[in-house]
Write a protein that binds this ligand. Structure first.
Ligand SMILES: Cc1cc2nc3c(=O)[nH]c(=O)nc-3n(C[C@H](O)[C@H](O)[C@H](O)COP(=O)(O)O)c2cc1C
Length: 169
């Protein structure tokens, strides 16, 4: 018997995750995207990434018809960007700085890093679809102080707390 949704959320919410906005373009060439933490590197050779997209998301069809996507890794001060892309709002990109990457996927301004991918496979994953993309381009924030990721933990935004205490062993 599977866990109920409340228990599942509670336990998986304890897995601290970097917050991303996954973007693509729809058939009309319009930018689409959503906030996502279900993002993971899969393979080094070839370099593969997976993202899990909710089948009920408004932008789901765009991800189903697209050949590319980009993963935008947010900085700790970009919780507002995360909130915007987690809302059902048709004009998510209005007033947001972005450009088209080499694949045509939207790259958000000032992100910690981004990876552009060509979609290689789609797998069923319950109420989500798992997209597997091959990383073909990337960027890292050039500013040396732009190195702190936005984290999501136990249902709230958080930041990294710094280094570990000394290991007694
Ligand atoms: C912290 C956080 C993480 C999320 N992670 C995912 C995810 O990995 N996959 C997903 O499909 N939705 C995820 N969501 C939910 C979507 O961002 C949200 O449903 C969004 O409104 C979908 O956009 P759309 O329906 O306007 O296309 C997450 C939301 C938050 C706040």
């Amino acid at each position: 018997m599977g866990l109920d949704a409340h228990s599942f959320r509670a336990v998986m919410g304890s897995l601290a995750a970097g917050v991303t906005v996954v973007t693509t373009t729809d058939r009309q060439g319009q930018p689409r995207g959503l906030t996502a933490t279900a993002v993971c590197s899969v393979s080094l050779d070839p370099p593969l990434i997976l993202v899990c997209i909710d089948r009920t998301a408004d932008c789901y069809e765009a991800f189903q018809t697209a050949e590319i996507f980009a993963v935008n890794l947010l900085q700790e001060w970009q919780a507002g960007v995360s909130r915007r892309f987690a809302q059902k709002e048709a004009r998510k990109f209005e007033g947001i700085g972005y450009r088209s990457g080499v694949t045509g996927a939207p790259i958000l301004a000032d992100v910690l890093a981004h990876v552009e991918c060509r979609i290689r496979a789609r797998h069923p994953g319950g109420d989500h679809t798992i997209l597997v993309g091959e990383a073909v381009a990337h960027g890292l924030a050039s500013s040396p102080d732009a190195r702190s990721p936005l984290v999501h933990y136990q249902g709230a935004y958080a930041r990294l707390g710094g280094g570990l205490p000394a290991d007694p062993s």
